[in-house]
Structures are given as structure tokens and as C-alpha cells.
Design a protein around this ligand. Sequence first.
Ligand code: A3P
Length: 279
Amino acid sequence: KLTESSGILYPYYFGDDPHVKLKNIKNIQSKTGDIFLCSYPKSGTHWIMEMVNMLVSGSTEHPQKFNFLDPMIICDQVLDSVPCPRIFQSHLRFNQLPASFLKRKGKIIYILRNPKDISVSLYHFVQKEGRIKYTGKWDEFFQLFVNGKVGYSSWFDHVASWEREKEKGRHPIHFVFYEDLKEDAVRELDRINKFLSLNHPNSFLQSVAECSTFTKMRKQKYLYHPFPAEVMDENYVDFLFRKGTVGDWRTLFSEEQNMQLEEVYETEMFDSKLRFSYG
Ligand code: A3P
């Protein structure tokens, strides 16, 4: 069900030829104040989307729209209907974002999560996602994950490419770790507050953290989400908001798998300065 373009695998919503959609995304005309929230899948994207929407709107109202760019229909009519400042979410790499957005040096928040929890979260997701309905066993899926044979390809490559881009220091990119959000959401919100040049008081940041907890978000209904209707059926909360913990990898990983992932990490991320906590 995955399609390939320039060595990267894409999920079904990129169509038969991902190159077409990627080109359309590249050509989107950016607007002043556009913000991108980028991540590898299952890194906590919905959570950060909820919080950044609240920070930008200055209200703890649950956002009514989820502008996940990748499955959206990329046309002026749809993009212009998104209220400004537009907050888009995407799983693409830095150099795949709209050229005009990169040129105007729009702000990007990149959320990261440890690869062990991501692999487990993704495994549950692909089993339940209405168009994917993956039926393989965990051991098989684990090999696909470590070898980058999943949607958006290798986690290692994704994260390393974003880290390189951030290190160049040419573009405003802010990194947020899922595990840090779990540890102290208000502290991380304050960093985002400063990065986005917002001046919310600490009391508001606390309200945002309280209104976007896992339990609160699970109860919300997303009135609009660009996934196809059959994917957003009544079970969608179970895969979008499944467990929300750090360390769930222990429920599926064998000792050998743990060693294998750590070896691949050492090889692929040998020059990375990133450090993840695994719970
Ligand atoms: P689990 O499958 O481990 O529970 P994404 O939004 O990028 O698809 O990431 C999904 C993961 O983020 C899921 O992880 C989900 O439960 C978790 N998540 C979503 N909202 C959360 C929240 N408010 N707090 C903590 N984790 C959350």
C-alpha cells in the first residue's frame, strides 16, 4: 500500500504517484505567520497541534480543524479556507516544505519521540487505521520499522535530516521532545511561547497544559480531520489517543529486538547529539 518517490515511501493518501502531491505541496504559496508542526508519525503530533493552536489563538477552546497537510487536497480553495495564522502539520522532511514558506523563514516546530515507543505506537496504529488494516505480527512489523519500510521511511533518516537542518542554524526550527512534554508540559509550553514570540503568562500556559491532557483530548471529537471518512470512524480515538505513555515499548520488545534497535541507532545516528529517554 506504500508508494515510493526519490527513495522515500509514502502512505496511501499520497496517491499512486507521490511526486505529484509533493510538487503541489512544494508550490503552496505561504502567508505571513504560517507555522509548520513537523514530525515523524506517532511522535505526539496531535498533542502539539492542540497546544500550539491554543497558544496561537489565545484560547483553551478545542481547535475545530486539524490541518494535517499531507492527506489534504492541495488547492487554493481548501488552503485559503484555513484561518490565519495558518498552522499546518506535516510528516515531510525540511526540504519538502513549501518553497515560499522556507524562503520567508516561517517558524517550524519539530516534535520528536523515542524510536522504541514510536515503533509500538505505529504498530497499533497501522492495525487499526481503516485503510491500512495491517495484519502482520509484531516481529515482522518491527523489522519493517528498523529497516525503514514504513510510511515516510526510516525514523533514523527523518530525525537525522531534521537535526542537520537545525544545526545549520539557517532557519527558525524549535525541537520539542514528547518525553519532555510528559515530564513538564508547562516548561515546554513556555519555550514554545518564546519561540513563537507570544507573551502568554504562566497561568495561561498552565491552562493549556490542563486542557490538552491525554484524558481530555481522548474525550474530544475532531469535527474535521482530513483522513478519509472510513478512517475517522467511531474507533479513531483508540488509535489517535491510545495510551499516551513513555516506555510502552516494553510491552512488545524482546531483548533481541531491543539490542537490534540500539545497534541500528548507533550506526545511523553516530554523529547525532540527540538524547532520548525511554522510560
Ligand atoms: P501511543 O500510541 O503510544 O498511545 P501522533 O499524534 O503523532 O499520531 O502520535 C500519537 C501518539 O501520541 C499516541 O501514542 C497517542 O496516544 C499520543 N498522544 C496523543 N495525545 C496525547 C496527549 N495529550 N498526551 C500524551 N500523549 C498523547
